[in-house]
Ligand binder design. Structure first.
Ligand SMILES: [Ca+2]
Ligand SMILES: [Ca+2]
Length: 407
């Protein structure tokens, strides 16, 4: 596993101190070694001035870690190669003929395909004859409006199956029958004969109501036969109360926005996607499924639960489940955000803040191909450090870094 560190933040010193603190406590005895020098946007970075190209807001790496795709601005992707085993070399820059792509991206395990989504579209680029070329045409939602089509994408090992989330939902929270108004998730397969992306089976949509945000996260297995679909705003069952004996009822969920992940498997016999085992549910306002990542063979899945209270409010957690041939079984203990009191100043005899509130640990997750390692990213951190904190778990050893991605 390799770690890429992007010091996009000018306050590097804080992070060095924080890392030193973590190391001092013996939290990590196997430090990460940075590969090469930092990769920065030459046009966007100048000293402590950053013009805001959003360089590196999404990154993805091939399975062997030798090829790296980095988003830049709203319609560029740069590709870097670990070609001489000493540093990264930019090999190409894709200028995508539409804007607002790049909110999601994944490079295939074999490094030959890059799926890029956002702004209601998805494009897949394939590397052949020493150039990246658009594979087929831009994919768009059959729904109008597009409901966030492409906000999440995932591509199989060889780039022939593509999973796309469309998580933004319509405004009718009690209508689970009108797919066009809800957002959804779906899988496409590359049709070599027709040179087109064909949809496999039906869309996944509506876990409970239309504000579920189905497809906020999506992850497809290496062979493209299993897909995990996250819907972080799925509500639990409703209870209904009668209005003053008037015969009309008010219904509300006892566990709103608890979130849910469903894992589907493709059945050739039925020519459709079948749900595997039970749904994975959070508890109220947990946001389970804000992120999800499935292992290469589809036997393990990590789900992010960034709004789970872990001693700190919305500290966040992540769960790993394993398929035991009939159901998803939780593996090991929960991984949670660090939650502790820290002194933040000496004023008035010392001020303390609880570090870990709103950490949103689990905003992003990634599982290694063989399921043996996971990486968990946080969203924001309050109190002492008003910036992002990422936490890596690797065989029980963890460290803090800024802007990390693990492959
Ligand atoms: Ca909801
Ligand atoms: Ca919470």
């Amino acid at each position: 596993m390799r770690l890429f560190v992007f010091f996009l933040d000018p306050y590097v010193g804080i992070w060095v101190l924080l890392l030193a603190y973590a190391m001092q406590l013996g939290l990590c005895t196997d430090p990460w070694i940075q590969m090469g020098t930092d990769i920065a946007d030459d046009a966007g970075c100048s000293g402590y001035t950053w013009s805001g190209s959003n360089f590196g807001s999404v990154v993805s790496s091939s399975g062997d870690g030798s090829r790296l795709a980095v988003s830049r601005a709203s319609n560029y992707v740069r590709v870097y190669e670990w070609s001489d085993a000493t540093n990264w070399t930019q090999s190409s820059e894709l200028a995508i003929q539409t804007t607002d792509l790049g909110s999601s991206m994944q490079i295939s395990r074999d490094g030959t395909h890059i799926a890029i989504g956002g702004g209601g579209k998805v494009a897949v680029y394939e590397y052949k004859s020493n150039a990246w070329t658009l594979k087929g045409s831009f994919l768009q939602s059959e729904n109008n409006p597009h409901n966030g089509f492409g906000d999440a994408v995932s591509i199989s090992d060889d780039g022939t199956r593509l999973a796309v989330g469309e998580p933004q939902h319509g405004n009718n929270p009690f209508n689970c029958t009108n797919e066009a108004a809800q957002g959804a998730a779906r899988v496409y397969e590359w049709n070599t004969g027709q040179s087109s992306w064909d949809k496999m089976g039906s869309n996944f949509f509506c876990h409970n109501k239309t504000d579920d945000k189905v497809g906020h996260s999506i992850s497809i297995s290496g062979d493209g036969n299993r897909v995990a679909v996250g819907a972080p705003e799925t509500d639990g069952p409703e209870q209904c109360y009668e209005y003053y004996g008037a015969g009309s009822f008010y219904c509300s969920s006892t566990s709103p926005n608890r979130g849910q992940v469903r894992i589907y498997e493709w059945s050739n016999a039925a020519n459709s996607w079948q749900v595997m085992g039970d749904y994975i549910d959070g508890s109220q306002h947990d946001g389970l499924g804000s992120s999800a990542s499935i292992s290469r063979d589809g036997s393990r899945v990590i789900v992010g639960v960034p709004l789970h209270d872990t001693g700190c409010s919305d500290g966040g957690t992540a769960f790993v489940y394993e398929w035991d041939s009939t159901s998803w079984v939780k593996m090991g203990s929960d991984m949670t955000a660090t939650c502790e009191q820290r002194q933040v100043s000496n004023n008035y005899g010392g001020r303390y803040a609880r570090f870990g509130d709103d950490n949103n640990f689990g905003t992003s997750v990634s599982i290694l191909a063989d399921g043996s390692h996971v990486a968990v990213g946080s969203g924001t951190s309050r109190c002492a450090f008003q910036r992002k904190v990422h936490k890596v778990l690797d065989r029980g050893c963890f460290s803090y870094r800024q802007g990390i991605r693990v492959v």
